[in-house]
Design a protein around this ligand. Structure first.
Ligand code: NAD
Length: 484
């Protein structure tokens, strides 16, 4: 990593057209480790002129990347995956320090999932086929799928590497070029990954990174006429603005937004397994997961037992330094996020819910919030309706199937849901009735790049992963050849 002129902190410039370049503004922000609040890097603050340079580079590179044989693009992506694997531990450390994630979790999930995503889409490169569709006897009619063009990928801070790769890998496989904007507070893994892509043979200009503020860099990307598609993961408020901005030149848009997922536990469920999964469903990554099972719906006859078991599991979580082996929950990502979470805890208390455990900051250094379980939560309360994005579980009672479905479906979100019961007919019936892009039955929280991912309503628009992503990053073209 290049050192700053003063020699104290690593300094990260933008990555445009294969080169590290300083930002036009000359400004850098200080990136901090949320576990210690210590500065760890200086990061370039891009502006609209930097975005323009990056988009021009990406447009120019389209011919090179898309002109390459599809199988050759695939070989480069396989090399990219191999390089990510060779540098896995470096990426684990970067991601952990930047986002405050416990090392074990990043080793087990974030980095392997990112590598798996690259390999999965490397395999797609030479399998993006058109069709011969016989329309008339006097013409040969067929389709081809062409890359959508220049893609702006706007990435959040909760899984910077993994969610970034959910966008980068399929876009590259389809022959698109990219300008990636990582979240302002977690840019380090994306910058390293882009260097490894260059090393793997991705040509300069194909994969550019402009770091900086969403309101500056993100806005400029959304407004830029040279961008053909925006793929965004983040909050519903920003997503709405992106959709409006993209309308100016009808950019394609995919939005993966928030959630308030319900984990529905019937009285006949295996309560030990259900509460174990429900606890990791809400406390994994300190609750900063779009599909966090933040609403635990417990059937009335087992409600008290579920509350008690959830509280026990919350108290058993080892909150602490992400670098310590044995830590199961790290800090939340920033002081601002910690304030949001603690404000919601106060809102919950004022609304009449009772915090049976947690509900406060831990310590004075690092942004640690105690795993919190609220009981006596009513469906209409704000803590039951609004995304908190922190380690706060609300346990809500229900009477029967119909009541469970009504409560589970009763928010603006629809990303994911869980259902727990020993009754096989019931779980299928309820899974069908839940408004969610993903339903987990007698399990919770798995994702896999082979399966579609996304939601509707305030959870977003479109799906990522699998063949859905191939459709997102390509446009079909119909071709007619006269046989007369
Ligand atoms: P955010 O919306 O604040 O920021 C996301 C990204 O958008 C960041 O890179 C940010 O800099 C950028 N941005 C901010 N303002 C912008 C603007 N005006 N124009 C363009 N870009 C802008 O979200 P966040 O706080 O980083 O992430 C948390 C949110 O993301 C939560 O709501 C969470 O549920 C959601 N999320 C969803 C999924 C999913 O797959 N559905 C996954 C992870 C996170």
């Amino acid at each position: 990593m290049p050192l700053s002129p003063s020699g104290d902190l690593p300094t990260h410039d933008l990555l445009i057209d294969g080169q590290r370049v300083p930002p036009g503004s000359g400004e850098y922000s200080t990136d901090i480790n949320p576990a210690t609040e210590a500065p760890i890097a200086r990061v370039a603050q891009g502006n609209a002129a930097d975005v323009d340079r990056a988009v021009q580079a990406a447009r120019a590179a389209l011919k090179v990347w898309n002109g390459m044989r599809a199988a050759e693009r695939g070989r480069i992506l396989y090399r990219f995956a191999d390089l990510l694997e060779a540098h896995a531990e470096e990426l684990v450390q970067l991601e952990s320090q930047d986002a405050g994630k416990p090392l074990a979790g990043v080793r087990r999930q974030d980095v392997p999932a990112a590598i798996d995503t690259v390999r999965y889409y490397a395999g797609w490169c030479d399998k993006i086929n058109g069709q011969v569709i016989p329309a008339r006897n006097d013409a040969l009619t067929y389709t081809v799928r062409e890359p959508v063009g220049v893609v702006a990928a706007i990435v959040p801070w909760n899984f910077p590497l993994m969610i970034g790769m959910w966008k980068i890998a399929p876009a590259l496989a389809c022959g698109c070029t990219l300008v990636v904007k990582p979240a302002e507070i977690t840019p380090l893994s994306a910058l390293r990954v882009a260097e490894l892509a260059l090393e793997a043979g991705v040509p300069p200009g194909v994969f550019n990174i402009v770091t900086g503020k969403g309101s500056v860099v993100g806005n400029a990307l959304v407004a830029h006429p040279g961008v053909d598609k925006v793929t965004f993961t983040g909050s519903p408020g920003v997503g709405r603005g992106i959709m409006q901005g993209a309308a100016a030149n009808f950019k394609r848009v995919t939005l993966e937004l928030g959630g308030k997922s319900a984990n529905v536990i019937f009285a006949d469920a295996d309560l030990d397994a259900a509460t174990r999964a429900a606890a990791s469903g809400i406390f994994f990554n300190a609750g900063q997961v779009c599909s966090a099972g933040s609403r635990i719906l417990a059937q009335r006859q087992v409600y008290d037992e579920v509350v008690e078991r959830m509280a026990e599991r919350a108290r058993a979580i080892r909150v602490g330094d992400p670098a310590e082996p044995g830590t199961t929950m790290g800090p939340v990502v920033s002081a601002a996020q910690m304030k949001t979470v603690l404000d919601y805890v106060e809102i919950g208390k004022k609304e009449g819910a009772s915090a049976v455990t947690g509900g406060a900051r831990i310590g004075e250094r690092g942004f640690y919030v105690a795993p919190t379980v609220f009981a006596n939560v009513e469906h209409e309360m704000r803590i039951s309706q609004e995304e908190i994005f922190g380690p706060v579980a609300s346990v809500i009672p229900f009477d029967d199937e119909a009541d469970a479905v009504r409560i589970a479906n009763g928010t603006a979100f629809s990303l994911a849901a869980g259902v727990w019961s020993a009754d096989i007919a019931r779980v299928h019936k309820v899974a069908g009735e839940l408004r969610a892009g993903t339903v987990w039955i007698n399990t919770y929280g798995y994702t896999d790049v082979r399966l579609p991912w996304g939601g509707s309503g305030d959870s977003g628009l479109g799906r990522e992963h699998g063949d859905a992503a191939i459709e997102n990053f390509t446009e079909p073209k119909a071709i007619w050849l006269s046989l007369r």
